[in-house]
Design a protein around this ligand. Sequence first.
Ligand code: ADP
Ligand code: MG
Length: 247
Amino acid sequence: MSGSAAPLLSVRNASKQFGTFKALDGVNLSVERGQRIVVCGPSGSGKSTLIRCINGLETLQGGTVVIDGVALSQDRASLIRLRRDVGMVFQHFNLFPHLSVLENCVLAPMKVRGENRPEAEARAMEFLAKVHIAEQAHKLPAQLSGGQQQRVAIARALCMRPKIMLFDEPTSSLDPEMVGEVLDTMVALALDGMTMIVVTHEMGFARQVADQVVFMDRGEIIEEAAPADFFANPTHERTRNFLGRLL
Ligand code: ADP
Ligand code: MG
């Protein structure tokens, strides 16, 4: 049932245990096309586990993930489709260290999307220009600053033309002076209409671009609201405590 009426992403009653520990406990999340969701919550609350289950790096024990009308499963066709449709940006960039910036960007489009080299390179240069890094295309990742590497990671994900982009604390390992350039890139992407789920504690970013802020604690979504409400009138004690600690 693929169509514009259904949400682009739907997570239903998702649960995930590590041993007896419930990392996700009945999580429900719906993301419409073009919607931007910011996920926050204390360390260990399940944010990364949720993101990793949505992009197939972890498997759920209960519940479902449906992306653009197709239920996520472990068969090869489903995972290939997932790699095309879902872009991922990690805290630690995860660029291939032995490949140039350009090679990092063309690898998956050529392997997974079957693009030929000239078209993959042309598109990669477009996205590298968008994140203001085209002139570094032939350098190795280690020759770039952390902020530049993270912008390459964003460009690399965009080269797959994903339907949704997932970010897991994309600025948490950056020096403070580099956080702004990465957030600016993400704001530009949001203004372009990209559907995004962003795990971050950058509440300025949440206020600026999020349609919805989701607060997780102990594997559950405790509260979700538009940013204005979320910051002005947090309903739950745990949300208030968390926001209090951020300030
Ligand atoms: P967050 O991203 O919100 O900090 P995580 O989703 O990374 O939290 O982790 C949630 C909980 O699940 C933590 O207590 C963590 O230790 C545990 N956890 C995550 N991944 C694993 C794993 N592969 N094996 C065992 N425990 C894990
Ligand atoms: Mg995490």
